[in-house]
Ligand binder design. Structure first.
Ligand SMILES: [Zn+2]
Length: 293
């Protein structure tokens, strides 16, 4: 995204460092992300949009898609691999080759709307995952759980009114992108939290809003939009989550997956910009997914 931009390569190193330091790394199987195909992207984004992104991708230098979102000569490949990771992760989990999958990808995806890049996001990775599960594997119900501090407006844009997909989220409000509070459709369970909210407010939202909706919906697969920027140490926003809150929320959702979805979970990295907090929180999340707690 450019020098001094918070969405930077060191984010992935920070997660890797924590996996090594905690001893979790050796328990995981690693896969390289393939490039998403036009067919896989077309389930989410109009072909003209994908074509336009390919055409504006620079050969040198940096171009801006919006004030926050830039492309350099490597960005298109990274975005295609982030979406491709979503596809591979769904295949691996649904073919029972792995129990669950965490995709350590950049750029993130949940602000990418059907036909608009936004907020560091180019393709909506979790949407590509959900639609791949529905279209290529014949699933009928996929739930998307978004605990990034920002509302996943792109995911909402793509799925509002889609009966096959339930979206449940928490996010700081009022805050960028200033959406998500008007519950536009019956399949959206978005819970705005005031600045300063922490474990208590998170637990209330999960117990009172998410879990009843999820247990009624009975998802066959759960996809996380796993952003870690609601952490107290993250200066991007003003929620007060701690490392342990990411363990707790993952446990709650995993229990739903075990009840209804044969335990099948795919998790995709979204935000998280305080490097140490990002690494530690992602490690807590991954430990629960891997059954290492
Ligand atoms: Zn975010």
């Amino acid at each position: 995204m450019g020098a001094h931009h918070p969405e930077r390569p060191a984010r992935l190193t920070a997660i890797d460092d924590q996996l090594i330091a905690s001893g979790v790394g050796p328990h995981l199987t690693r896969f390289d992300a393939p490039l998403a195909t036009d067919e896989q992207l077309a389930r989410v984004h109009p072909p003209e949009y994908v074509r336009a992104i390919r055409e504006v991708a620079p050969r040198s230098g940096t171009i801006h898609l919006d004030p926050d979102t830039a492309m350099n000569p490597f960005t298109l490949q990274a975005a295609l691999r982030a979406a491709g990771a979503a596809v591979l992760a769904v295949d691996l989990v649904l073919q029972r080759k792995v129990d669950s999958a965490f995709c350590a990808v950049r750029p993130p995806g949940h602000h990418a709307c059907r036909a608009r890049p936004m907020g560091f996001c180019i393709f909506n990775n979790v949407a590509v995952a959900a639609r791949h599960a529905l279209a290529a594997h014949g699933l009928e119900r996929v739930a998307i759980i978004d605990f990034d501090v920002h509302h996943g407006n792109g995911t909402e844009d793509i799925f509002e009114g889609d009966e096959q997909v339930l979206m449940a989220s928490i996010f700081q409000h009022p805050f960028y992108p200033y959406s998500g509070t008007d519950n536009p459709a019956r399949n959206m369970f978005n819970v705005p939290l005031a600045a300063g909210s922490g474990a208590r407010e998170l637990q209330e939202a999960v117990r009172e809003e998410w879990l009843p909706a999820l247990n009624e919906f009975k998802p066959e697969l759960i996809v996380f939009s796993a952003g870690f920027d609601a952490h107290a140490e993250d200066e991007m926003a003003m929620l007060r989550f701690k490392d342990d809150d990411y363990r707790w929320v993952t446990e709650q959702v995993k229990a739903v997956a075990e009840r209804h979805a044969k335990g099948r979970i795919v998790s995709m990295l979204e935000g998280g910009y305080a490097l140490s907090a990002l690494g530690r929180s992602a490690m807590q999340h991954i430990k629960v997914l891997a059954g290492l707690n």
